[in-house]
Design a binder for this molecule. Structure first.
Ligand code: FAD
Length: 385
């Protein structure tokens, strides 16, 4: 009798968190993570805005964010080299025509927040983000307790945790098919065949594709493009500057060392793929940013697009498939998959431990431990859909 084998599909933030938490809950599990790319975190995880915003998303997303705070603030010893969070207020601004949107976000933030959203006057907004054009800021609200997340450090903390507990990671191993095999599964991958007692689907934008290969009905995941790019900073001391965004999600930006990280903040549907930035989207963002600020943005140093993948109700899908209890979903991370990753990973792991058959025999027919990535990718615009 071998240990119960759990195969986690996907090496983004969701997959490594689930794998880490599985081994925390049950060190006797045989946990194997399969990632189709040559490096981990190549897709959405390596392309985020790296923010913690407690008042974002549906009620269940907010609950998962709350459940993640302890890990983010007090990460277990030995898993990180530096704190994962650095405080940064998030500022949403609106022009005279955007009163309704400001009122809506304010009401939502006050109602459900553990850290209430507050309205501030224009002088305070200018102090928090000096490059604003004053005549473009009619009203401003701030989430004072938000923070930047060290996404590479967070991802690596889960990788360290799972490796120290005996978990294994295999890169360049795409799962192409999953067939039920007795109580468990036989996975056909690009490198050969793997047996599993339980499969956890953490395939991000490809979540429904992976399900289809297992004969499991899709949950209706929709990936959406979001463009981001780096430009030269203003050459000023940016200490204490907020993350600044339009209340209707028309643009956002923040300083990033000597550069500024900028985004069009768009939500355009896409197939699951490795998307490429479009010149027009970057140009539109620059136009809007130059209207809203005095930064005079022109040349772009690097640009990329990430996919934010949502289920129809914009909450995450975490749990066993009713007709196939050993097929477990952890998908639909949308725009909050980084900040919710400790809580979502723990929840999925608890559900897996609940369905995992005790001590089931499995024969491992393939396993190559390829090189693994050390953290999120930086600028990727090499492949297209
Ligand atoms: C521009 C932008 C800004 C964002 N800002 C924030 C933010 O501020 N805060 C926040 O919390 N979140 C943010 N997000 C969202 C966050 O990045 C995602 O929710 C999160 O990274 C999703 O993680 P994941 O592991 O589910 O997906 P991914 O990182 O995409 O990982 C899925 C993995 O599965 C692998 N895979 C797929 N199919 C297979 C297969 N058949 N076999 C093997 N492997 C497979 C893929 O290669 C991939 O590595 C942002 C996203 C974008 C694009």
């Amino acid at each position: 009798m071998g240990a119960t084998r759990v195969v986690v599909i996907g090496g983004g933030i969701a997959g490594v968190s689930v794998a880490h938490h599985l081994l925390q809950l049950d060190p006797d599990l045989d946990v194997l993570l399969l990632e189709m790319e040559a490096t981990l975190a190549h897709h959405a995880t390596g392309r985020s805005a790296a923010l913690l915003l407690e008042n974002l998303g549906t009620g269940s997303i907010r609950a998962l964010t709350s459940a993640s705070l302890d890990y983010l603030r007090n990460t277990p010893d030995g898993l990180i080299d530096a704190p994962l969070l650095s405080h940064r207020p998030v500022l949403h601004v609106g022009t005279v025509r955007q009163d309704e949107a400001i009122d809506r976000m304010l009401a939502e933030g006050i109602e459900s927040a553990t850290t209430p959203t507050v309205e501030i006057d224009v002088d305070e907004a200018m102090r928090l983000f000096p490059p604003f054009r004053r005549d473009r800021v009619h009203r401003a609200i701030v989430e004072p307790d938000s923070a930047d997340i060290d996404v590479g450090g967070l991802h690596q903390s889960f990788v360290r945790g799972l490796r120290r507990a005996g978990g294994r990671i295999a890169t360049s191993g795409r799962v192409d098919a999953a067939t039920q095999d007795g109580h468990g599964w036989r996975l056909d991958t690009t490198e050969g065949s793997v047996g599993a007692d339980v499969v956890v689907n953490c395939a991000g934008a490809w979540g429904d594709v992976v399900a289809a290969t297992a004969g499991v009905a899709p949950v209706g995941l929709q990936p959406f493009r979001r463009t981001a790019f780096m430009v030269d900073g203003p050459g000023l001391d940016t200490t204490g500057w907020a993350f600044a965004g339009d209340i209707d999600h028309l643009w956002y930006l923040r300083d990033d060392g000597p550069q500024m990280f900028c985004s069009l903040a768009e939500e355009n549907p896409s197939e699951p793929c490795d998307p490429r930035p479009r010149e027009l989207d970057v140009a539109l963002a620059i136009d809007r940013l130059n209207e809203a600020t005095t930064l005079g943005i022109r040349p772009v140093n690097s640009a990329w697009v990430g996919l934010r993948t949502f289920a129809p109700d914009r909450s995450m899908v975490i749990g066993s498939e009713p007709d196939h209890p050993t097929f477990v979903w952890c998908v639909g991370q949308g725009g909050t998959g980084i900040q919710t990753s400790p809580g979502a990973g723990l929840l999925a792991a608890q559900l897996v431990v609940g369905v995992a058959p005790p001590q089931h025999s499995q024969t491992l027919t393939w396993l190559t431990l390829g090189p693994t990535g050390s953290g999120p990718a930086e600028d990727r615009d090499d492949d297209n859909c």
